[in-house]
Design a protein around this ligand. Sequence first.
Ligand code: ZN
Length: 462
Amino acid sequence: MPHLYEVEHLHQPDGWLSPGFLEVGDDGTILSVSATCPEGRRATPLAGFGVPGLSNLHSHAFQRALAGRTEFVTGALAEDNLWTWRKEMYRMVDRLTPEAYGAIASLVYLEMLQFGMTAVCEFHYVHHQPGGARHANPAEMSDRLIAAAQDTGLGLTILPVLYAHGGIGKPVEPTQQRFVHSVDEYLTLIDTLRGRRAQNANLNVGLALHSLRAVTPSEAKAALAGMQAMDPAARLHIHVSETTHEVAEVEAGLGARPVQWLLDNVGLDDRWCLVHATHLDASEIAGSAASGAVAGLCPLTEATMGDGFFPLVEYHEAGGAWGIGTDSHYSTSIAEELRILECGKRLELRRRNVIARPGEGAVHTGRVHFDTALAGGEQASGQGGGALVAGRRADLVMLDADCNVLLGHGPATALDAWMLGGTQNPVRDVMVAGSWVIRGGHHAQEARIKADYRAAMAHLTA
Ligand SMILES: [Zn+2]
């Protein structure tokens, strides 16, 4: 039986409906949205603000286990940046078991749901046993992520990562043996995972190239051709231009900056997600914005790594699509990620409301950020949500109007208040594909998921 909800304030692509009547079918898609109750029907009332669930466009779930564990320096350390952090990350990779991988993913996926995300793009590169021996089930680690997503109810776009070299012209390091596939083996894994979709309606499978440092041009082209043959609409993700070191290495090795190289050699379009894209020159900003690709910004992770700052204003004004990922999971809060993006630019540029441009009436920064990240996340994940309109997946996040952050706000300023107006988390209830997975801020399996995570951490840090 379709279910009808009366949402006090319902987010729509062009504004709000107060109230909005949302009809959800048995298959988890939205059947209709209207301003009045369909005749003869009774609706379940939902108080507060109903917004679409956001797709998180970049995650390495296991890195959640490093949060708060790398914030120190030692006497021997001359320089501390992404590359020194990576040494700590690799120490954890050396000890990761499939059980720990799954337990950490369940916790971080639960956290994403609790902050209003209803899907994630998992950039998954720890495939094999330590040393590189294959698991009996070559998809063992991928299957742990799929199980974690099913366990929590989060939509998953799994992006197995092709990783073949330790840098341009460099062999892999011992830890990196866990990441490495031949192109043929990699495409077989993708094919296997595509088969898992029959049992999981909220699973999508895409392709990821780790970076232009870790795959050669011929490997990249072969993998893309193989994916194209399996699914011409598959999402394509790659790490690019996170640090100036990476830009210099690609420029020296391939003769062009990373995004320029992609524009010139593989062509970019709206299937692509350029993760980080922090360091872009003017030609790369214009080219990638015009291509339709999504820039995959991970503001808090990039901040904690000291990577640099994405040219948000220039990219947005060029019409570029962008979204947000929580990457290493220093936070899983949509508000925190968007706040540092906006406020960091305010500090840098010494002005306010950096990307909201005057239109007819007031244009609100919180609304511009949220709607842009919503569209970018849906484009990068291909999950089928991203808007509360007929035909989309019913991913609904109810924000509590009694939370201090939203107290006294109406629809015009609710998203500004969520993003810039306080610290409490207003997410109360979360629906994914028509099913409630978070109620009153909590998940039915929360206690067990936390206990499993604690046990995994005891093992990893023993
Ligand atoms: Zn990443």
